[in-house]
Design a protein. Structure first.
Length: 301
C-alpha cells in the first residue's frame, strides 16, 4: 500500500546572484529579498497536512523572461522535489510556437507542463482575449501544455471568457482569483468564481490566500469563507493545495498555511483530502504517479 503524499502545486524559487527579480525591489518585499533554493523549501516545509508530508512540487515562474523558465527547467532536471514547471513565454510573439518548441526540446524541457503570464499587472481589461494572446494560447494547447491563470478578483471576467473560448485548454486559477480577504469583500468574487467553476476545463489552486488577508492579524476564520465558496463551487476534485512560498513568508510562512489547511480539512473524507492535497494537481499537471514517500528522491530524469 502506497503512503499518502502532499503535493505543493504552487511555489517559487530564485537565485538573486544569478537572475535579478525586480519586483522584489518593492519595500514591502524586503523580508523575502534573498535567494531561495529547493533546500530552503525542504527545511521550511515541515508541518504535515492531514498526516501527509511534502513529497513533490510544481515551481512557478516569477518574471517575464524565457531565460528564467530555462533556469527552472534545468533545475527540475536535477532536483527530485520538483515534478513540473509553470514557465513563461511571450504569448503575443509571432514566434511563440518556435519558442515553445525550443523550450520543450531543451534541458529539462519535459518538465514544462504549463505557462503563466502576470495578467494581474496588465491594464487591458481584455488582455486574455487579444488575438495575439489567443494565438499564443493555441500554440500552448497544441503542444499539450496547460495554462495558469493569474488575475485579481476584478479581472475574473477575463478568466471566464478564456474558459468559454478555449474549452480544450486545461486551465487552473492561481490563488483563487485573489479575493479581497483583508476587507472581507467577497460578493462579486463569489459570483464570478461560481461562473468560472461552471466550466469543467478549469480547476483552482487554494494558494496565496494569506497574503490577500491582513498579513499580521489573519486567522483561520478569515480564510474559511473563501475556502467554503471554493469547495462549494469546484468540489475537492477540482481544487489543489499550493503554498505560494516564499511569498507566503510575508504573512506567516509555509508551516502556518499548512496548519491552517490541516484545520480546514477537519471532517473531510480521505478521498476528498487526497484530491485536494495530491490528486487534482497530479491529474491536471500530468505528474508522475507516486509510489511512496521515497519515490521522489529516487527519481531519475
Amino acid at each position: 500500500m502506497t503512503a499518502p503524499v502532499l503535493i505543493d502545486a504552487h511555489h517559487h524559487l530564485w537565485d538573486l546572484s544569478h537572475r535579478p527579480q525586480p519586483w522584489l525591489d518593492d519595500p514591502d518585499m524586503a523580508s523575502i529579498r534573498r535567494t531561495f533554493t529547493p533546500e530552503d523549501l525542504r527545511s521550511t516545509a515541515t508541518h504535515p497536512v492531514a498526516g501527509r508530508r511534502l513529497h513533490g512540487t510544481v515551481v512557478v515562474q516569477c518574471i517575464a523572461e524565457v531565460a528564467e523558465t530555462e533556469d527552472l527547467l534545468a533545475l527540475a532536471e536535477q532536483e527530485p522535489l520538483i515534478q513540473a514547471v509553470v514557465g513563461w513565454a511571450d504569448l503575443t510573439s509571432p514566434a511563440i510556437a518556435d519558442v515553445l518548441d525550443q523550450l520543450i526540446a531543451g534541458p529539462g524541457g519535459g518538465y514544462l507542463h504549463s505557462l503563466r503570464h502576470l495578467v494581474q499587472g496588465e491594464r487591458d481589461p481584455s488582455w486574455l482575449q487579444r488575438p495575439d494572446v489567443e494565438r499564443g494560447l493555441g500554440a500552448a494547447r497544441d503542444r499539450g501544455l496547460r495554462y495558469d491563470v493569474l488575475v485579481r478578483d476584478h479581472q475574473l471576467d477575463q478568466a471566464i471568457r478564456l474558459a468559454e473560448r478555449f474549452p480544450d485548454l486545461p486551465q487552473v486559477l492561481d490563488h483563487a482569483g485573489k479575493p479581497d480577504i483583508a476587507r472581507h469583500d467577497f460578493a462579486d468574487w463569489e459570483r464570478r468564481i461560481r461562473q468560472l467553476a461552471a466550466h469543467p476545463n478549469v480547476v483552482c489552486k487554494v494558494s496565496g490566500l494569506i497574503t490577500e488577508a491582513d498579513h499580521s492579524r489573519w486567522t483561520t476564520a478569515d480564510i474559511r469563507p473563501v475556502w467554503d465558496v471554493l469547495v462549494s463551487a469546484f468540489g475537492p476534485e477540482r481544487l489543489m493545495f499550493g503554498s505560494d512560498w516564499p511569498v507566503a513568508n510575508l504573512a506567516g510562512g509555509w508551516n502556518r498555511w499548512a496548519a491552517t489547511v490541516d484545520e480546514l480539512l477537519t471532517g473531510w473524507s480521505e478521498s476528498d483530502i487526497d484530491a485536494l492535497l495530491a490528486g487534482t494537481a497530479t491529474a491536471f499537471y500530468g505528474l508522475a504517479q507516486v509510489g511512496g514517500e521515497d519515490d521522489a528522491t529516487a527519481r531519475t530524469s
